[in-house]
Ligand binder design. Structure first.
Ligand code: NAD
Ligand code: UDP
Length: 349
């Protein structure tokens, strides 16, 4: 049985963000104390207010830049004073195109933030970490469903920061057996908390499919551009493994509990996906059903760097953590739509 008591105090970096806010709610609902470290570079303080409303509990916020050397001492002290026993590390920049344009900024931010967190956890003797990696670390030629043994080969600087951080955590764990780490390779997180109070709030034009569809459904954009209909898939459009963000959030709790119960140190990679792939047109049809709105679209050229199809082998998370995704594509669309409808302009509304 996981010894819950061992990791009661959790540092949550990036906790104000899309996924982080859902992880915060899951941790607080499970009775954990949470210290969010976030600089709001891609999120809004209102998210933290709403986390507190959804899941009353012991929630603290430290507004600092994890990658700024000038903030390091403050962060180390706060993590120690909090009495941290482990961390869930989600702080990072995540826009693929931006990472191609500004690689150095991405390496500084994503790697720098991780190194500061490692230092803080060392100082607090809290050498347990769950890291938000991504399916983007996989290369293009893997057979579906992709297992954790699949070949890696990210095609952009963002993806490479994820793979480097996985390797950093493996090196740290190899050097000191007190370190325990799980690199969670997320597939495509979508949806929102069922309350409609927290969700994804892309400040700019969304890069990802679901927020774009949602903005078309709510009338903020004219139409969706479907990037390619000539892939070797069942309807020619790209296939991905969409996973409800609340299922994903619970995956972090399961990973943390598994680490707490684990005697052995080390770092391990684990997929978080549903194991099922849906095409772009299937996602559009499901969102249309959920929202009862028209979703006009046009077929556009393929997007550079896209692959035809990828979905997870989700067996390892089930075997190790006893976790699996519960929610359907219809649940994802219904919850994503509720969030979009209730907050048409996101947290700024
Ligand atoms: P998000 O941008 O909503 O959340 C990231 C949070 O980290 C934001 O609140 C941001 O302000 C904070 N942050 C970034 N750099 C920071 C720094 N230097 N110091 C302090 N705070 C900082 O993104 P998200 O979608 O919630 O993603 C969370 C994590 O999961 C990211 O690391 C992302 O790369 C990873 N991930 C996301 C997806 C996805 O599709 N959303 C898929 C795979 C992996
Ligand atoms: N996609 C699309 N139009 C968009 C955004 C995405 O057709 O405006 C497609 C994209 O080509 C891919 C799928 O939707 O096949 C999921 O894209 P997303 O960017 O959400 O995830 P990723 O490609 O990073 O897995």
């Amino acid at each position: 049985m996981p010894s819950r008591a061992e990791i009661e105090k959790v540092v949550l970096t990036g906790g104000a963000g899309y996924i982080g806010s859902h992880v915060a709610v899951a941790l607080l609902e499970a009775g954990r104390d949470v210290l969010i470290v976030d600089n709001f570079c891609n999120s809004h303080p209102e998210a933290v207010v709403r986390i507190g409303e959804l899941a009353p509990g012991n929630l603290e916020l430290l507004e600092r830049d994890l990658a700024d050397p000038a903030h390091k001492d403050d962060i180390v002290k706060a993590v120690c004073d909090f009495g941290a026993q482990g961390a869930v590390h989600l702080a990072g920049l995540k826009a693929v195109g931006e990472s191609v344009a500004e690689p150095a900024r991405y390496y500084r931010n994503n790697l720098g933030a991780t190194l500061t967190l490692i230092e803080a956890l060392n100082a607090a003797a809290a050498k347990t970490i769950v890291f938000s990696s991504s399916a983007t670390v996989y290369g293009e030629r893997n057979k579906n469903p992709v297992t954790e043994a699949g070949a890696t080969g990210p095609t952009n600087p963002y993806g490479r920061t994820k793979l480097f951080i996985e390797d950093i955590l493996k090196d740290v764990a190899a050097a000191n057996s007190a370190w325990r780490a799980v690199n969670l390779r997320y597939f495509n997180p979508v949806g929102a908390h069922a309350s409609g109070r927290i969700g994804e709030d892309p400040g700019d034009i969304p890069n990802n499919l679901f927020p774009f569809i949602a903005q078309v459904a709510v009338g903020r954009r004219d139409k969706l551009r479907v990037f390619g209909d000539d892939y070797p898939t069942r309807d020619g459009t790209g296939v991905r493994d969409y996973i409800h963000v609340s299922d994903l959030a619970h995956g972090h709790l399961s990973a943390l509990d598994w680490l707490a119960a684990r005697q052995k140190g080390g770092a391990i990679d684990v997929n978080l996906g549903t194991g099922v792939g849906y095409s772009v047109l299937e996602a559009v049809a499901a969102f249309k059903r959920a929202s009862n709105r028209d979703i006009p679209y046009e077929i556009a050229p393929r997007r550079t760097g896209d692959i035809a199809e990828i979905y997870a082998d989700a067996g390892l998370a089930k075997k190790l953590f006893g976790w699996r995704a519960e929610k359907t594509l219809d649940d994802m669309c219904a919850d994503h739509w509720r969030w979009q409808r209730m907050n048409p302009d996101g947290y700024r509304g």
